[in-house]
Design a protein around this ligand. Structure first.
Ligand SMILES: [Fe+2]
Ligand SMILES: [Fe+2]
Length: 188
């Protein structure tokens, strides 16, 4: 039987893989002279790190033990490297990943957490799910801009360290995703 602990572990694996992928996509975008796209990849990679942190915290509390990332799995960097393509394809891949996470993966996990009355897991899945929706929208926006040959003006990017929400331009007074205030946003 799949438990909520399995769901949390799967989410941690997914987020860790996404984080590594986006770091590599950022390097590729820099190489291809798309500094603003690289900037977004870096910001979202950071955001996934906050999801990992939240999920690990929930898993530790639920299992009443100190869980750390290395115990759960070892990232296969070679395999992830093979998935790096050009920046346009990387954006498409990122959109697919984020969309899968918010439409399928987290949706299912939230349902399970509700069934098991595991509020801690439900909470961290919900925060992540809402942030993935934002990530996917931003990637879509950047892909459109790239395809339309529009220029990318330098923009400041802020990440909410509570929920991994990503905001362009300036940090909002209150995070629309987790309702924490501006001070929890960090500039990437
Ligand atoms: Fe994401
Ligand atoms: Fe937030």
């Amino acid at each position: 039987m799949i438990t909520i602990e399995d769901n949390l572990k799967e989410a941690i694996v997914g987020e860790s893989t996404a984080r590594k992928k986006y770091e590599l996509f950022a390097e590729k975008a820099t190489e291809e002279n798309h500094p603003e796209i690289a900037h977004l990849f870096k910001a979202v990679a950071l955001a996934e790190g906050f999801h990992i942190k939240n999920h690990i915290k929930a898993l530790s509390k639920i299992t009443n033990s100190q869980v750390d990332l290395n115990q759960i799995f070892k990232l296969n960097e070679q395999e992830i490297k093979q998935q790096v393509s050009n920046t346009r394809n990387n954006l498409i891949q990122a959109i697919a990943g984020e969309t899968f996470e918010f439409k399928k993966m987290y949706k299912g996990f939230i349902k399970n957490a509700k069934k098991e009355h595991t509020y801690l897991a439900e909470f961290t899945f919900n925060l992540a799910r809402r942030a993935e929706k934002v990530h996917s929208k931003l990637y879509i926006k950047y892909l459109k801009q790239l395809d339309n040959n529009e220029s990318f003006d330098p923009v400041e990017i802020f990440v909410c360290k509570i929920c991994g929400n990503v905001e362009l331009g300036e940090a909002p007074n209150v995070c629309p995703n987790c309702e924490h205030d501006k001070q929890f946003f960090i500039k990437v």
